[in-house]
Design a protein around this ligand. Sequence first.
Ligand code: PLP
Length: 440
Amino acid sequence: YAPLAELDPEVKNIIDKETWRQFTGLELIASENLTSTAAMEANGSILTNKYSEGLPNARYYGGNEYIDELEVLCRKRALQAFNLDPAKWGVNVQPYSGSTAKWDLLRDLMQAGANQRLASRHLPPSSNRKTVSWVLASPTGGHLTHGYYTAKKKMTASSIYFQSLPYALAPETQLIDYAGLAAQAKIFKPKLIICGASAYPRDWDYAALKKTAETEGAWLMADIAHTSGLVAAQTLNSPFDYCDVVTTTTHKTLRGPRAGLIFFRKDLKDAADLEKRGGPHNNTIAAIATALLQAAQPSFREYAKQVIANARTLADTLVGHGYKLQTGGTDNHLVLWDLRPLGLTGSKVEKVCDLMGITINKNAVSGDASAQVPGGIRLGTSAITSRNMLEADVKVVADFLHRAVQLSLLLQKEAGTKMLKDFVRELRAEVIEFATKWPL
Ligand code: PLP
C-alpha cells in the first residue's frame, strides 16, 4: 500500500513531467480537454477492481449490486444531460471509447439482415441494398472510424469490413452541400448516413440529413464526439430529434474521462444495448456519471458558451492578421487554419508550436489530396477555456500562433541559425510565463 512515488518512482516521475508539460503549455488540440479532479477521483477509485460483464441486473458475476446502481445512475444522467425522454431513448454507457462505440453500431446496423427488427425498420426484408455507409470524407473533416480509406490502403477496421463512400464539402464555401448530398444519395442509396466530424468548424443541419435519410430509406447516425458538451449545453443544434442513433466520446467538450456513449432510439434497442464487450470499466462509468452531473449545472452552459466565444475570438484574430480559415470562421469549439497560401505545411507549424509549448495538430483542409500531407492545422478552445481563459486571453494565444507561423516561415528559409534558436527559446519562456497563470 505504498504511495506511487515510493512504489514506482519511475512512473510517478513520468506523470510529474506530463503534469508540468500540461501546466506550462497551451493545449489547443480540439479533441482534448481537462477532466475535473472529482471525475478523476472517481476514475481512480476502487471500482476498477470489479468485473461486471453484462448489463444492470443481468450480470455474469455476483457482487454487482452497487455497480448496477452506478450504471443505472449514469444512464439516467446521460439521458438527462441531453434532455431525452427515457420512454423513447436508451443509452449504453459501457463503450471504452468513441471508436468502439461506433464500431458496435456499424457492425449491427450494417448487418441489418442478421437482425429482423432492424431489417424491417426501413428496408424491405428482401432488400439487396449494398452495405454502403455514407460519410464525410476524412480529408475534409470526417473521422478515420467512419470508414476512411485511400487509393492504396484501407485505413481502419470500418473500411475493411464495410463499404463506405465519402461525401465532400462544397469547394467554394467548404460547407456541407446538403442539396448536393440529397441528389447523390439517390444514386448511391446508402444504408446508413453518418454525420459528425473531427474537423468541421460549423454546425450541422440534421433536419436536412433526416429528410435525405428518410427519402432513401437509410438510417441516420450522428457522431457528436467533438461537440457533445456543446450540444448538451444547448449551444449547438441537437441531433436527437432527427437521428436513429447518436454516439459520442465523453472526454472532449463533455469534459469527462476517456470513454464513449451510444444513444439509441428504443425501437433500435437490439442494436445498441447488447453487452458487446468484456467487463465494463466501472471506474470510468463512475467518472462519466460525475462529468454528466457537472454538465447538467448552469455553470457548464456558461462554460460551453465561453468555449464558442473563445473560438470565435481566435478565428477573428487570425483573420485580422490576414490568414485564411476554412469556412472563414467557426460555430463551435474548433478552427481550421489553411496554411497553404503561406506555402507552409501543417507539420512544420506543428513542430514549431511544439518547441514553444503550444500543442496543436496538423490537419487536412478541403482540397488536400491526402490526410497524410496536410496543408493546415486544427485548433480548439475547450482546454484553455477549462483553464478559465476569456476572449482577451485568447487574443494573446492568437498572437503566439501568429508568431509561430512567422517563425516557421523564417525557419523554412534559414533553418537553425543561432538567432532563430534564441527566438524559439524566448517564445517558449513567454508561453511558460503566460500559461502558468492558469491552474490546470
Ligand atoms: N469520432 C470522432 C468524430 C472523433 O473525432 C474521434 C476522436 O477524435 C472519435 C470518434 C474516436 O474517439 P476515441 O479516440 O475515443 O476512440
